[in-house]
Design a protein around this ligand. Structure first.
Ligand SMILES: Nc1ncnc2c1ncn2[C@@H]1O[C@H](COP(=O)(O)OP(=O)(O)O)[C@@H](O)[C@H]1O
Ligand SMILES: [Mg+2]
Length: 353
């Protein structure tokens, strides 16, 4: 056998091996589905079985069952999945023509990213905290309204969007309120936001509220969920993010009956997806699995029997969206971003009906 022949056979075998390896990697996902299993030892299980929010739990006051504008909460226990980006851009879409809705944005994340982006777009550099008034529930509602002046944007002057702001000290206020809730008998704090959003001051001033939450179940998150009519869960369509969306849903279900019985899941937004034009096959697969799991978890989905995952309204990874973060709102700066969030906004409005 000539040396050339041996070299050629070796090259062909190498190529076949490479193809088999690539094929195996491409198909390995099926075997790699992550499930979150509880810890083995009973002591830890007892600790996490019921979150602290489920332990001291007087019933939700019945007086808050009246109708009010939609209150959309954007939340997920996974961070970096586009919650804040989606809140800001949905706010811009809803308050712009032709929707022209009177929108209240509430920044309930102590990181204050929503506040930074919205205020940046309005050219306001002074970021002072105001969202804590909604959490403390001590201000009369018309007073509280003064802490959310209209946002006026350079390229547009609708004044239709207002914002309650958060900055880092918001987390300290949350802790204080939480400790009071735990230690003072009969002291309720979970419905303070609901009490505000149930007031005539809110109902006459706004047509929709959108609340941005931190990636944790905090005092603010509990207030947001207790006041919400609908929950929107953004997620990336990858193995790191998908289990978070499912775990979060299961956590909520345990508290739901008592604290937020009327909460509906509006949907799951595929966020920061890989390609501009559509979902990749691997993303489709992850999202189908999530859809099936959430269908088991959630008794009330906004548009049933439609899909929970808003496949047609995905938000692709895009440079203009990333560039706007912390400085402004992509919807108001870039034509492509405007299309992306208009598509999501239309889907949101349709599901809210
Ligand atoms: N569609 C997108 N394309 C590119 N970057 C994005 C997109 N959505 C969010 N980002 C970026 O990802 C990071 C996390 O987004 P953010 O909205 O703050 O997530 P979360 O609120 O869930 O933590 C930010 O830097 C943001 O600019
Ligand atoms: Mg955020």
């Amino acid at each position: 056998m000539s040396a050339e022949f041996i070299a050629m056979v070796t090259a062909i075998l190498g190529l076949i091996a490479a193809i088999i390896t690539l094929w195996a990697v491409a198909n390995s996902k099926k075997n790699d589905v992550v499930t979150i299993t509880p810890p083995e030892d009973q002591e830890t299980r007892n600790l996490i079985e019921r979150t602290i929010w489920e332990r001291k739990a007087p019933k939700r006051p019945a007086i808050y069952e009246s109708s009010r504008p939609p209150i959309l909460v954007v939340a997920n226990m996974k961070g970096g999945v586009g919650k804040t980006t989606i809140t800001a851009n949905l706010g811009a879409f809803l308050s712009s023509a032709p929707q022209n809705k009177k929108v209240l944005l509430i920044d309930f994340d102590y990181q204050g990213s929503l506040s930074q982006s919205v205020l940046g777009q309005a050219g306001i550099t002074d970021v002072s905290m105001s969202a804590h008034h909604l959490l403390l529930g001590t201000k009369p509602t018309e007073d509280a309204l003064n802490f959310a002046p209209p946002m006026r944007f350079r390229d547009r002057d609708s004044g239709q969007m207002r914002l309650f702001r958060a900055t880092y000290p918001f987390s300290t206020v949350e802790n204080e309120i939480f400790v009071r809730w735990l230690t003072v008998p009969d002291h309720e704090v979970r419905y303070n936001l609901l009490r505000y959003l149930d007031s005539n001051d809110f109902k006459s001033a706004y047509e929709i509220a959108v609340v941005d939450c931190p990636p944790r179940i905090t005092t603010a998150t509990i207030n947001a969920l207790s006041a919400a009519s609908h929950l929107l869960i953004p997620t990336q369509a990858d193995g790191l993010s998908i289990p978070g969306a499912e775990y979060f849903s299961r956590q909520l279900m345990r508290m739901r009956e008592e604290a937020f019985p009327s909460l509906k899941l509006l949907g799951v937004v595929p966020s920061i997806t890989l390609a501009a034009t559509g979902l990749k096959q691997v993303e489709e697969e992850e999202l189908s699995e999530l859809d099936a799991k959430l269908r088991e978890v959630w008794p009330t989905v906004a548009r049933s029997p439609g899909e929970i995952v808003m496949r047609g309204a995905f938000v692709p990874r895009s440079q203009s969206i990333r560039d706007a973060a912390g400085k402004g709102i992509a919807y108001l700066r870039d034509a492509r971003a405007k299309q992306i969030f208009a598509r999501l906004g239309a889907e949101v409005l349709q599901r809210l009906l």
